[in-house]
Design a protein around this ligand. Structure first.
Ligand code: S3P
Length: 475
């Protein structure tokens, strides 16, 4: 059997484990990356594991009975924060030398009170879903996050979680730090999502695990459903129903979860970057293997097909209750389209890269229903529009829409220095833009890429993309 390394916590809240430098290369020094126009991107690659599935696998493992084994876990800063949080709450987590993670859970409601605060870094999913689990566990916990996470709204989860009986305090304005005292005698709730958010839906379902009786979440617009799927795999009592109000998810709580084996497919949101680069750079063809193709996540592929992109799904098959397949993209002439508001939840993380693609298309692309983009790692609507304009694109925005008129296939000017605004997807999107522009694009704050896509630069370089680190003086 492969040797195991137990997860250890250092005084600064970062693990001392020898794998740490490999999986969490973030430090205080900002990273500046420069993408220089490139052609002939070629290759067959695998991007890291899906972030949403990875968080949930660690969390459900931490409340299940027995040993959950996870293969393909995303070893990026956001998920490592969740590993550290689950450890602080009483789970026992180890990583084998072959990269398999094992999680020994405590049983539903069995978490212990953590010592000190738990820092979730940049991760909205980490903090909001963990808050759900703590809300019905009789312990006190205090959550913090980085500058970006500390600006994001927590009211969307504190409202329903208080209804279970949890006592929750936040900073004025409903932001972190957040103190939760979990309900000793929780009550089940019925909750209709006021915003289309899988994080809110998941926080409620996870809180329901330790509430007696049946909790119901109503989602008028379907959001990613990984929590429901994985809860079923762990043996939770979950049922779905359709009504005029939308999709209803019922969960009957206080039933133990049983550990299971999880294989994490590649993240479609990360796959989007090498695929987009292949679409834009001349004479390119790139395949990304084993990508999660859950229909609640494939809005970008649908949109790209409408735009005329040469993007193919190869060998789709079922694995672990999910559809998985290889995605192959090649240099394409794109045309502008209208992306309807109903599609937003299935591609919510893909708008920055779609906006970059639209800036090279023929005609105008209009994206509607973008209100949620304003509360992501940064205000993605504003930051994307400003950065595109700095690169020479024609962009218009409103409160919840964006319109981009593309170059019709000609390279955009580029040549700008873009700040990532603590947002990994802004950083990667504008590096892709730089690969297809007339002049290189420089991204400051690119260390944020490590929150979701460790190895991004080397993978892109392997495909032939010219992305390199530069010193501050050269930027
Ligand atoms: C996620 C849900 C989405 C997404 C985030 C991951 C999840 O957020 O933007 O990157 O894992 O549930 P919202 O639920 O706030 O839309």
């Amino acid at each position: 059997m492969a040797p195991k390394r137990q997860w250890r916590k250092a005084a600064i809240g970062v693990s001392l484990d020898p794998v740490q430098p490999m999986i969490m290369p973030m430090n205080d020094a900002p990273t500046i990356l420069k993408a220089t126009p490139s052609t002939r991107l070629k290759g067959d690659v695998r991007v890291p594991g899906d972030k949403s599935v990875s968080h949930r696998a660690v969390m459900l493992g931490a409340v299940a009975i027995g040993e959950t084994r996870i293969r393909g876990l995303l070893e990026a800063a956001d998920v490592i924060r969740t590993v550290q949080a689950m450890t602080a709450l009483g789970a026992h987590i180890e990583r084998d030398a072959d990269g398999t993670w094992s999680v020994q859970g405590t049983g539903v409601g069995g978490w212990r009170e953590p010592e000190g605060t738990i820092d979730f870094g940049n991760s909205g999913t980490g903090v909001r879903l963990t808050a759900g689990l703590v809300a019905t566990t009789p312990i006190k916990a205090i959550f913090t996050g980085d500058e970006s996470l500390s600006r994001r709204p927590m009211g969307r989860i504190t409202d329903p979680l208080r209804r279970f009986g949890a006592k929750i305090d936040t900073a004025p304005g409903g932001t972190l730090p957040m103190r939760i005292i979990g309900a000793k005698d929780p009550v089940p709730i019925e909750y209709e999502l006021p915003v289309p958010s899988a994080q809110v839906k998941s926080a409620v379902l996870l809180a329901a695990l330790n509430a007696p009786g049946t909790t119901t979440v109503i989602e008028p617009v379907i959001c990613r459903d990984h929590t429901e799927r994985m809860l079923k795999a762990f043996g939770a009592d979950v049922e779905e129903e359709w009504s005029a109000r939308g999709r209803l998810v019922h969960l009957t709580g206080q039933k133990e979860l049983k550990a299971c084996d999880i294989e994490v497919p590649a993240d479609p949101s990360s796959a989007a970057f090498p695929l987009a680069a292949a679409l834009l750079c001349a004479d390119s063809r790139v395949t990304v293997r084993d990508v999660l193709l859950n229909p609640t996540r494939t809005g970008l592929i649908e949109t790209l097909h409408e735009m005329g992109a040469e993007i193919r799904i190869l060998e789709p098959h079922q694995s672990g209750g999910e559809v998985i397949g290889h995605l192959q993209a090649e240099t394409s002439r794109l045309r502008g389209v209208v992306v309807p508001a109903e599609r937003a939840p299935s591609m919510i993380d893909e708008y920055p890269i779609l906006a970059v693609l639209a800036a090279f298309a023929e005609g105008t692309t209009r994206m509607e229903g973008l209100a949620e983009l304003r509360v992501k790692e940064c205000d993605r609507l504003q930051v994307t529009a400003e950065a595109l304009a700095a690169c020479g694109a024609e962009v218009k925005t409103g409160e919840d829409w964006m319109e981009i008129t593309g170059t019709g296939g000609r390279p955009l000017k580029g040549g700008a220095v873009i700040d990532a605004h603590h947002d990994h997807r802004i950083a990667m999107s504008f590096l892709v833009l730089g690969l297809a522009a007339q002049e290189p694009v420089t991204v400051r704050g690119a260390e944020m890429i490590a929150t979701s896509f460790p190895g991004f630069v080397s993978l892109m370089r392997e495909l032939g993309a010219d992305i390199a680190r530069v010193e501050a003086a050269e930027a």
